[in-house]
Design a protein around this ligand. Structure first.
Ligand code: FES
Length: 320
């Protein structure tokens, strides 16, 4: 079942400042100074931005703070306008509708060691995680991939001597051939580390592909952009529901999950970006075009995450 939407509240924007090329930090407080609902590292809020879109953003401030939420927003000139509207059309003092925090990317309380891999603005949840991990006396390593120093949010904060051994910022100048070599980093799981990765889809897919030998419960991804799971050459296909024999059309504008729901089926889901594993379904026939970050290679023949993955051919059959 999709969880019920979190409660929404009007919050005052108390800060909207650039912190790197194309990146702003925004801060929200309660209009009457009251405490805000608490959150843990990895949580996000959804903000109704001035142009009407609802957008999710990870919180980056210290989870022990109860008087403010901070998010970092990257201007996506090729997006649907949500980030530009939030950055350009919001002034300090104005109020926006904001949901209470939700956490689908939380840190297991018993884990002691963490490996964070961030690409670009994907560093945002890691900032809250680092603050929480440090306050709990735990350990972390952060590998942060960025285009250039100017485009790197939180660069000064992460460059203090205290973090010299824990933080590596890698600049690739936007050139894929200069990408950080992840293989040695992921070759072995050190000290039962839990791996958290957030960033552009290709980075997350590379990390997913290199961690098949890790315990699946120790590898965590967060994706906000559903658009990244759609492809320009997507085709419609049919999905056969083995239990009832029904055959449903899945047009290019819909996911299998949406087609099932349109058909009146109740199907559990949570992230709907292919990262949480809730919608895992047995694939009985046909070949899937896998677009999730959950399944290990050996699972891909007979399992499909129906919130993002599609069919390679004209029809697949699933155990629903
Ligand atoms: S709902 Fe999370 S992977 Fe499909």
């Amino acid at each position: 079942m999709t969880s019920p939407p979190p409660p929404t509240m009007p919050l005052r924007v108390t800060r909207n400042d650039p912190i790197a090329d194309g990146i702003h930090i925004l801060e929200f407080r309660h209009p009457s100074g009251r405490q805000l609902p608490e959150f843990s590292a990895g949580a996000h809020i959804a903000v109704r931005v001035p142009n009407g879109l609802l957008r999710k953003y990870s919180l980056c401030n210290d989870p022990s703070e109860r008087d403010r939420y901070q998010i970092a927003v990257k201007r996506e000139d090729n997006g649907r306008g949500g980030s530009c509207s939030l950055i350009d059309d919001t002034k300090a003092g104005e109020e926006l509708m904001v949901t209470a925090p939700v956490n689908d990317f939380g840190l297991p309380p018993r884990a002691q060691d963490f490996l964070f891999i961030a690409g670009g603005i994907g560093v945002t949840p890691m900032m809250a995680m680092i603050r929480q991990v440090m306050s709990e006396g735990k350990r972390f390593r952060l590998f942060y991939c960025s285009r250039s120093p100017e485009a790197t949010a939180f660069r000064e904060e992460l460059s203090v001597p205290q973090f010299k051994d824990a933080v590596t910022i890698h600049y690739d100048q936007g050139d894929a051939s200069r990408s950080l070599d992840l293989r040695p980093i992921l070759a072995e799981r050190r000290n039962r580390e839990h791996l958290y990765c957030c960033g552009p889809r290709p980075l997350m897919e590379a990390v997913r592909a290199m961690t098949d030998h890790w315990s699946p419960t120790a590898v965590h991804f967060e994706a906000f952009s559903e658009a990244e799971t759609h492809k320009a050459d997507d085709k419609p296909f049919k999905v056969k529901l083995a239990r009832s024999g029904a055959v449903l059309d899945v047009p290019i504008t819909k996911t299998i999950l949406e087609a099932l729901r349109d058909h009146g089926l109740e199907v559990p889901s949570s992230c709907e970006t292919g990262t949480c594993g809730t919608c895992r379904t047995r694939l009985l026939a046909g070949e899937a075009d896998h677009r999730d970050l959950v399944l290990a290679e050996h699972e891909r023949k007979d399992t499909i995450m129906i919130c993002v993955s599609r069919a390679r051919g004209e029809e697949i059959s699933i155990d629903r």
